[in-house]
Design a protein. Structure first.
Ligand code: FAD
Ligand code: NAD
Length: 464
């Protein structure tokens, strides 16, 4: 079979791979992106873009139901799931078309639609979606194949038609009672969204609290908010069995009080993600994976094979679009600009888009305490934020951890309306070495949510 030669091959049209491919092509390298499904990858097609579009619909339903709180008359709210989906599809299509245009219209760049597998360290075979195969070789190959829903080994799980992050967004009607297995980002964003669309929702979380990587006070506030919204939250729940019933699905869960059934019409599985590495034939290339199948890379993103790199979620670690995008910047700097940029020590901000959202940067209080540093903790309820009060949205709190010796901010959690934006402002202060006292004394326009930073840093938890 003829082997076609490229300067660079990108496998998977993910969040880092697409801009990297374009940059390499613009640099004059003959580059190909191989994608087996949708260009734009998870984020654009079945992740960030569609979920945040649907979260926006859910928030409108929530506010519409609260119309009277604002002195506005509203004679009933009905969610039209078909219209919600159509809106979501239109937004996704717009982003996907943008990715497609860039991949197909950039000079030196081509898109090959099919599934790639290694046949040697620098050679791959593509099984084309349209039929047939092609062999490609390049000095540099980038693996950007992402992750997918992990299915837990629970008795009977395959006997029901469980939903995942993709299929739950394609439902034709609002589920009567959605059971959500898991207590992380995907579980919580969808749980609240479907509750607002009108479903009864039960979250069944194995860990002893929701969002278990956060500080305990953050987890408890999240549970409180979801419960207020009418979501049933069950924690420390081991699911022993899943069965099909005439009404849908039954889980047998074991908690402190014993074994009991949780019944619903639909089941969403959101218990973490597994890497898309099986189809890649990595063993034929000599690319090593860890015990969970994630591609092993060094701090410059190179795998165990020289010239073969891992980008984004497939290499494990924080699974966020902005991290995959930063992987692109690291590779661009090192391969095209003669620099030596590492992934070590980079900040990992993130926002969980339940409502109100949780914006996070840097260390949690627990992580900061574990360093042994002398720290101060600033915490303030959203009810003290003038703008939040005026907007009638006072749920949540802001919290920051400060180095008691240097006054530098080590981390923050902003669980409140616009929490992601306020956490980003704190991140910018951290990047610039701006101290907590400088934020306290800064002049911020009134009444913005960010103005709360004056008050947040005015008083610490252990101060009189
Ligand atoms: C429901 C949901 C909501 C999310 N929300 C957010 C959010 O709000 N903010 C955020 O930062 N992150 C969010 N994420 C995470 C974010 O989507 C991912 O971190 C991001 O998409 C990772 O990009 P990536 O570069 O790893 O590749 P991906 O975007 O995962 O793309 C990988 C691509 O590789 C293709 N592929 C796989 N194997 C092969 C093969 N053998 N041959 C050819 N092609 C292949 C796949 O079809 C896919 O298109 C969310 C994820 C989910 C599931
Ligand atoms: N807003 C965002 O940035 C965003 C949104 C969605 C997803 N993501 C990314 O996608 C990743 C995956 O999200 P996720 O929610 O699937 O995973 P996750 O790792 O965030 O959470 C998984 C949860 O499932 C629980 N769990 C594990 N096994 C279980 C079982 N058998 N029964 C019940 N619960 C169980 C865990 O205790 C944990 O709370 C996230 O880590 C994040 O990086 C980001």
């Amino acid at each position: 079979m003829d082997v076609e030669r490229f300067d660079a091959i990108v496998i998977g049209s993910g969040q880092g791979g697409n801009p990297l491919a374009a940059a390499m092509a613009e640099h004059g390298w003959k580059t190909v992106v191989v994608e087996r499904r949708f260009v734009g990858g998870t984020c654009v097609n079945v992740g960030c873009t569609p979920t945040k579009t649907m979260v926006a619909s859910a928030r409108v339903a929530y506010l519409a139901r609260r119309a009277a709180d604002f002195g506005v008359e509203n004679r009933g709210v009905r969610v039209d799931m078909a219209a919600v989906r159509a809106r979501k599809d239109a937004v996704v299509e717009k982003w996907r078309a943008g990715s497609y245009k860039r991949l197909t219209e950039t000079k030196n760049l081509s898109l090959m639609e099919g599934e790639a597998a290694f046949v040697g360290s620098h050679e791959i075979e593509v099984t084309l979606n349209a039929g047939g195969t092609r062999r490609l070789t390049a000095e540099r190959i980038f693996i950007d194949t992402g992750v997918r829903t992990a299915v837990p080994a629970i008795e009977g799980i395959d006997s029901v038609e469980y939903l995942n992050n993709e299929t739950v967004m394609e439902l034709g009607a609002i589920p009567e009672h959605l059971i959500v297995l898991g207590g992380g980002y995907i579980a919580l964003e969808f749980a609240q969204m479907f509750r607002r669309f009108g479903s009864a929702v039960t979250v069944v979380q194995k860990g002893d609290r929701l969002a278990e990587h956060e500080d305990e006070d953050v987890s408890l506030e999240i549970s409180q908010i979801l419960r207020e919204d009418g979501v049933e939250v069950v924690v420390s729940a081991e699911t022993l069995r899943v069965e099909r019933t005439s009404a849908g699905v039954r889980l047998t869960v074991k908690t402190m009080i014993g074994e009991w059934p949780v019944e619903g019409s639909h089941l969403l599985v959101a218990v973490g993600r597994v890497p898309n590495t099986e189809a890649l034939g990595l063993e034929r290339a000599g690319v090593e994976v860890d015990e969970r199948g994630f591609v092993k890379v060094d701090e410059w993103l190179e795998t165990t094979v020289g010239g073969v790199y891992g980008i984004g979620d497939v290499k494990g670690g924080p699974e966020f679009t902005h991290i995959s995008y930063d992987d692109y910047r690291v590779l661009k700097a090192n391969l095209l600009e003669g620099k030596k940029r590492s992934t070590k020590g980079r900040p990992v901000p993130y926002t969980m888009f339940m409502d109100p959202e949780l914006g996070r940067i840097g260390m949690t209080e627990a992580e900061a305490r574990a360093t042994g540093k002398k720290i101060k903790v600033a915490k303030m309820p959203m009810a003290w934020v003038a703008r939040a009060y005026e907007s009638g949205e006072t749920r949540g709190f802001m919290k920051a951890v400060v180095d008691a010796e240097t006054d530098l901010i080590l981390g923050a959690a902003c669980l409140g309306v616009n929490g992601g934006e306020v956490a980003t402002q704190i991140q910018i202060a951290m990047m610039g070495g701006v101290t907590a006292s400088e934020l306290r004394d800064g002049i911020w326009s009134h009444p913005t949510f960010a103005e709360a930073l004056n008050n947040l840093f005015s008083k610490y938890e252990d101060e009189e």
